[in-house]
Design a protein around this ligand. Structure first.
Ligand SMILES: Nc1ncnc2c1ncn2[C@@H]1O[C@H](COP(=O)(O)OS(=O)(=O)O)[C@@H](OP(=O)(O)O)[C@H]1O
Ligand SMILES: Nc1ncnc2c1ncn2[C@@H]1O[C@H](COP(=O)(O)OP(=O)(O)O)[C@@H](O)[C@H]1O
Length: 200
């Protein structure tokens, strides 16, 4: 690789100072799960709850990011890897800004998720597995994509003809076919409290 003449610049305001000002720690809540499992719905309900309690939160959502930052990427394993790598780097910047960032990407490959985990401190990454049987996701089919995938109109669709690797030791498991959206939010808030992330 050619030498890159670039130097890391420290900022005048540190992460710790931002966290102190916000009154809570910052972290990545990495939602993963099949399309239609409820990642986006639960992340939105959570960030709304945190917002109403005066906490700084933000969502990075698969569909939105693929409209802009990652519009050059498709759904091959290599493109999904690059998708997750870039999101990981962006999420890390949000952590540095003092924000609780919720990311809602299928992120089907364990290795790609683990690479993001390694980007931040140990207590700054929480994997949130939104577990939901394929049949339930397919029945929900909020965007009609499973139907298209079954008809062969979309190829390499996760759960149909592309793999999803379940997390091995996620910090949080939400069984979205068994708990309500509100219960899911409570479950995440409880974990954040237990890990002392909602305090300075
Ligand atoms: N082939 C294929 N496989 C899976 N998903 C597909 C595909 N094509 C389009 N979509 C739509 O894109 C959303 C998933 O994007 P992600 O960036 O989360 O995917 S990944 O993490 O890179 O695997 C996913 O959105 P969610 O339903 O929010 O998960 C789909 O709406
Ligand atoms: N307990 C639940 N948790 C999350 N979503 C649920 C739940 N029950 C039903 N749903 C519905 O399932 C769909 C999930 O879609 P979405 O949040 O876009 O999933 P994803 O982001 O994982 O693709 C939504 O239409 C949502 O209203």
């Amino acid at each position: 690789m050619t030498e890159k003449h670039i130097v890391w610049h420290e900022q005048s305001v540190e992460k710790k100072e931002r966290q102190e000002k916000n009154g809570h720690k910052s972290c990545i809540l990495w939602f993963t799960g099949l399309s239609g499992s409820g990642k986006s719905t639960i992340a939105n309900a959570l960030i709304r709850r945190l917002f109403e309690e005066g906490k700084q939160g933000y969502i990075l959502d698969g569909d939105n990011i693929r409209h802009g930052l990652n519009q050059d990427l498709g759904f091959s394993p290599e493109d999904r890897k690059e998708n997750i790598r870039r999101i990981g780097e962006v999420a890390k910047l949000f952590v540095d800004s003092g924000t609780i960032v919720a990311t809602a990407f299928i992120s089907p490959y364990r290795k790609d998720r683990d690479l993001v985990r390694q980007l931040v401190d140990k207590d700054e990454f929480l994997e949130v597995y939104v577990k939901c049987p394929l049949e339930v996701c397919e029945e929900r089919d909020p965007k009609g994509l499973y139907e298209k995938a079954r008809k062969g109109e979309i190829s390499s669709f996760t759960g149909i003809d592309a793999p999803y690797e379940e997390p091995v030791q996620p910090e949080i498991v939400i069984e979205s076919d068994k708990v309500s959206i509100e219960e899911a939010v409570n479950q995440i808030v409880t974990t954040l409290e237990e890990k002392q992330l909602l305090r300075r």
